[in-house]
Design a protein around this ligand. Structure first.
Ligand code: 3EB
Length: 333
């Protein structure tokens, strides 16, 4: 029941079988969509001659699939990948609840309902995308509105909102729907925190009325395998942004944070220690003009690893980039 990430800077050209689902990253003019559940991330792709990169999760014998309630999903015995897209315009909101907050809560409620009904209740990794993430509306930044809705749904659906929470990213795009992909499993994840950072679920109230619900990383266990998901990681030490206005300073600090998370994961991992040069990376950066400098700084740190670069907004105005990563090891019997 192995889970395999096929990451490539080429357009999906052939169906190889076993796809659970995955992401198409970039701004294609048009093009046929794959048959599997797909999260489309419309953000400019850099460092590639193709217009689109793909990240596809393959697993042994996907057994069933479904759609409904704006979710498309596919699963095998122990794994489920799904994508939900909601239009905020369909949510009225109230005096004390913005449409985005309502949509975010509803998206997570539907995800939890699906996972419960499919008997795969453990949310391992979530990819959150929303339009205009830094825009302040009604006195509250949209990322903070999203955080309220997300946490409400965790608590309402009797999932802990701290401790055992999924690895995640939350990224801003120019437009589009609230778009959330998720990978869930039959077995619980082992959450990993970063000793250099306050856990996001414990951020003080200056960062919003509700804390973000994610862990710094998760170790998860498809049969015979150990997968490390490192959440979106940024230039934050403690709970504060460091190196504001300095993209290279932020890039170095972010890689120091990833190194700390990897070290923490290695204290708990069952396979060989994970190394920074074996991870597959996704780098989101705010300003197109920063791309070359970021790539040059990262090149010696990531070795030959796959890196996908996307221009997008980060969830704090003073953050200039965010980096996430994943790696997989086989487990001996
Ligand atoms: C941070 O460390 C940067 O809200 O799901 C990173 C990863 C960030 C996930 C989320 C936010 C999220 O706070 C932002």
């Amino acid at each position: 029941m192995s889970l395999q990430l096929i990451s490539s800077k080429a357009v999906v050209s052939r169906e190889t079988g076993g796809e659970l689902g995955g992401a198409l990253l970039g701004t294609p003019a048009s093009g046929a969509l794959p048959a599997w559940p797909v999260q489309r991330v419309f953000a400019p792709l850099f460092g590639s001659t193709a217009a689109v990169a793909h990240e596809v999760w393959r697993a042994d014998s996907p057994a069933s699939e479904g759609r409904g309630e704006d979710i498309v999903w596919r699963r095998n015995a122990g794994l489920l990948y799904g994508v939900i897209e909601l239009d905020e315009a369909d949510f009225a909101g109230t005096a004390d609840e913005s449409p985005l907050q309502s949509a975010s809560a509803e998206a997570y409620r539907r995800i939890f309902r699906l996972l419960d009904s499919q008997g795969l209740p453990h949310l391992w990794r979530v990819w959150n995308y929303l339009a205009a993430i830094n825009l302040e509306i009604g006195g509250l930044e949209r990322y903070r509105q999203f955080n309220i809705g997300r946490q409400d749904a965790f608590l309402e659906c009797r999932h802990e909102a701290s401790g055992n929470v999924p690895a995640a990213c939350a990224i801003g795009l120019a437009g589009g729907l609230l778009n959330i992909a998720f990978l869930a499993g039959a077995s619980p994840a082992l959450p990993i925190e970063n000793p250099r950072q306050v856990s996001a679920y414990d951020y003080p109230a200056d960062y919003g009325p509700r804390s973000p619900t994610f862990s710094r990383a998760n170790l998860v266990y498809p049969v015979g395998q150990e997968v490390l998901f490192i959440s979106g990681t940024a230039s934050i030490v403690g709970y504060e942004t460091v190196h504001p206005g300095n993209v290279l300073g932020q890039c170095r600090e972010t890689m120091d944070n990833i190194a700390a998370v990897v070290a923490e994961a290695n204290r708990r991992c069952r396979s060989a220690p994970f190394r920074q040069d074996e991870l597959s990376y996704r780098v989101y950066f705010r300003h197109a003009g920063d791309f070359a400098a970021i790539r040059n700084l990262l090149a010696p740190l990531v070795g030959g690893a796959e890196v996908i670069y996307l221009q997008a907004d980060i969830c704090r105005r003073d953050l200039l980039l965010e980096i996430e990563a994943v790696a997989s090891h086989t487990l001996g019997s």
